[in-house]
Design a protein around this ligand. Structure first.
Ligand SMILES: *[C@@H]1O[C@H](CO)[C@@H](O)[C@H](O)[C@H]1NC(C)=O
Ligand SMILES: *[C@@H]1O[C@H](CO)[C@@H](O)[C@H](O)[C@H]1NC(C)=O
Length: 417
């Protein structure tokens, strides 16, 4: 009975979601299933110098589904450039959603995990660092200082970085990065389907000259009083203040016993700083009753500002690409999407990353545990025999524990054998 009740619900859910996405337009979607190599072109950039890195088609060392593969940088100190073409389109009057997932298995300390959208005609075999792009988006990590999401927009042949600081994820798990650009010139940046930044192209990039500027003609009025504090005119210098000496003879000094006035001259005590001396007299400061605040030039319309209602438009989007330099390889890209529907993108993220993230995390933790165990095993024994005995006892114990805790550990042991 319960099944029968549930089925119609499920069905209507499926129908509902089909209806919801009936209007979604997908410009490009790459899940890196079979045949991906026919859709992506590996660039020859840096190949002559033997610096073009190879991609590994893999689900990585830890994953939530071993059959769900992506492409991973596999050689250290290499340049990577790969791109895919899609039917050219303009995002005019449409929302543009650019999304992909990225996993830095190598514990990235310096390198990018971003992707690019290119426009017009590009020789994909020559795609590289110099190739002009329209949008560059995704995480970038270098040392302690750079851990951010790039969102670079090219306008009037100039690359403009976002002015907001958007922190990126820094762990070794898969994360989904989403950039949404809307026809009202607003944008959102999401990580793992959570909005991290939202705003306007007008304020968060310097694409156009500013709308308002300080009036360059304006001058501070002569009588503008911008001193917040003034000396108190009521305050008077106390009588005799200037007579207080800066230094006085040390009252504790004593004429040495063997001092001979005739031979050594008249003895005078050394001087010390006078504790009574307070420096030159200054009147107390009081709030200036005529203080008008800091003077600011009035803002006026900037004569150089010309609005561009198509500020958000990229009229000839045609390629998506990855172009990176990696010191340490291991960055894995998957599920690249270009659509006009944020809901569709959200759903795709849920179906892929969302479904797999818990299993991936568990696999990662297992891998870390194994690594730690192996490292401690490899440690040269610098302990004495007694401690060695304890160690082996301890490992026997954990063996019997793992037997109880199930099959996985059994398999691990087989692997080790
Ligand atoms: C590709 O990735 C898998 C999984 O991490 C790894 O076992 C394999 O060695 C990698 N191959 C290359 C050529 O890097
Ligand atoms: C485009 O760039 C050129 C050269 O830098 C500049 O002279 C021009 O004012 C820019 N136009 C806009 C609309 O920003």
């Amino acid at each position: 009975m319960a099944l029968r009740v549930r089925h119609p619900n499920l069905l209507s859910l499926v129908l509902l979601s089909l209806l919801a996405f009936a209007s979604a337009k997908v410009f490009f979607e790459e899940r890196f299933d079979d045949g991906w190599e026919s859709r992506w072109v590996k660039s020859d950039w840096k190949r002559d110098e033997n610096l073009a890195g190879e991609w590994n088609y893999t689900s990585g060392q830890w994953n939530g589904d071993a059959d769900d593969k992506g492409i991973q940088t596999s050689e250290d100190y290499r340049f990577y450039a790969i791109s895919a073409e899609f039917p050219e389109f303009s995002n005019k009057d449409k929302t543009l959603v650019f999304q992909f997932s990225v996993k830095h298995e190598q514990k990235l300390d310096c390198g990018g995990g971003y992707m690019k959208l290119l426009s017009g005609d590009v020789d994909q075999k020559k795609f590289g660092g110099e190739t002009p792009y329209s949008i560059m988006f995704g995480p970038d990590i270098c040392g302690y200082s750079t851990k951010k999401v790039h969102a670079i927009l090219t306008y009037n042949d100039t690359n403009h970085l976002i002015k907001k600081e958007v922190p990126c994820e820094t762990d070794q798990l898969t994360h989904v990065y989403t950039f949404i650009l809307r026809p009202d010139a607003t944008y959102s940046i999401l990580i793992d389907n959570v909005e991290k930044q939202v705003g306007s192209l007008y304020t968060d990039w310097d694409l156009l000259p500013p709308k308002k500027i300080k009036d360059p003609e304006a001058k501070k009025p002569e009588d503008w009083d911008d001193k917040e504090y003034i000396p108190d005119p009521e305050d008077k210098k106390p009588e005799g203040y200037d007579d207080i000496p800066k230094e006085i003879p040390d009252p504790d000094a004593k004429k040495p016993e063997d001092w001979d006035d005739e031979e050594d001259g008249e003895w005078t005590a050394p001087t010390i700083a006078n504790p009574e001396y307070k420096g030159p007299w200054k009147a107390k400061k009081i709030k200036n009753p005529n203080y008008k605040g800091k003077w600011k030039a009035p803002m006026i319309d900037n004569p150089d500002f010309k609005d561009d209602p198509d500020l958000y438009v990229f009229p000839k989007l045609k390629y998506v690409g990855i172009e990176l330099w990696q010191v340490k390889s291991g960055t894995l890209f998957d599920n690249v999407l270009l659509t006009d529907d944020p809901e569709y993108a959200k759903q795709l993220a849920e179906e892929t990353w969302g479904k797999q993230k818990d299993a991936e995390k568990a696999a990662f933790e297992e891998a870390e545990k194994k690594k730690a165990e192996e490292e401690s095993k490899d440690d040269p024994a610098d302990s004495d025999a007694e401690e060695d005995e304890e160690d082996s006892e301890a490992s026997h114990e954990s063996d019997s524990e793992s037997k109880e805790s199930g099959e996985d550990n059994e398999e691990d042991k087989h692997d080790e054998l």
